[in-house]
Design a binder for this molecule. Sequence first.
Ligand SMILES: Nc1nc2c(ncn2[C@@H]2O[C@H](COP(=O)(O)OP(=O)(O)OP(=O)(O)O)[C@@H](O)[C@H]2O)c(=O)[nH]1
Ligand SMILES: [Zn+2]
Length: 197
Amino acid sequence: MAENKKIDTKAIEEHIRGILTALGDDPNREGLADTPKRVAKMYAEVFDGMNYTNHEIAQMFNKTFEDDPDSYHNSNDIVVVKNIEVFSFCEHHMALMYDMNVSVAYIPNGRVIGLSKIARIADMVAKRLQLQERIGSDIAEIMQEITGSDDVAVIIEASHSCMTARGIQKPSAKTRTRTMRGKFESDTSLVTQLMGE
Ligand SMILES: Nc1nc2c(ncn2[C@@H]2O[C@H](COP(=O)(O)OP(=O)(O)OP(=O)(O)O)[C@@H](O)[C@H]2O)c(=O)[nH]1
Ligand SMILES: [Zn+2]
């Protein structure tokens, strides 16, 4: 699976060369000669999540540990990983989403997921042309598949450079999204617990 990457770096190189020309610059001058190759390499890295479906990401990070199912029966124990820092790119402008802070919570359903895998899921999902809202729903979907729990919440706060550095230019504007699934959707006390507010 991992070797079957979809991103075509040769094509990206050619298109970047075209953009440099369209900008009125000379893609053959010394400073730019290797730029198309560098950008293609950078895109392969920062868009790595585009090589995989959510299901494939779930398979990639499916590291769970058995826990006593009875101890979770009818319980609202919550696992929260807070302050996962990621970068992403908005699909409208291909502009950077930065200072992006992701918190993921779930109520275990017998098996618990390795904590680092939650951060790996957030990272991989962010490495796509995204909407902030969809980063939340992608993470929730993958968490549900791996843990077998319906109860997942994702809270994201981010700055969008398409809003801070161009267009409306509001440098302090922050966007907060909440994706609530299962018990989190209906029980606001769980949300409060999760937020630590
Ligand atoms: N809901 C949502 N909108 C986003 C996200 N990232 C960027 N956008 C918005 O997508 C919209 C695209 O609007 P358009 O009117 O097509 O683009 P535009 O002319 O460049 O708009 P302005 O940014 O207002 O200058 C803008 O309002 C962006 O702020 C995101 O993650 N979620
Ligand atoms: Zn944008």
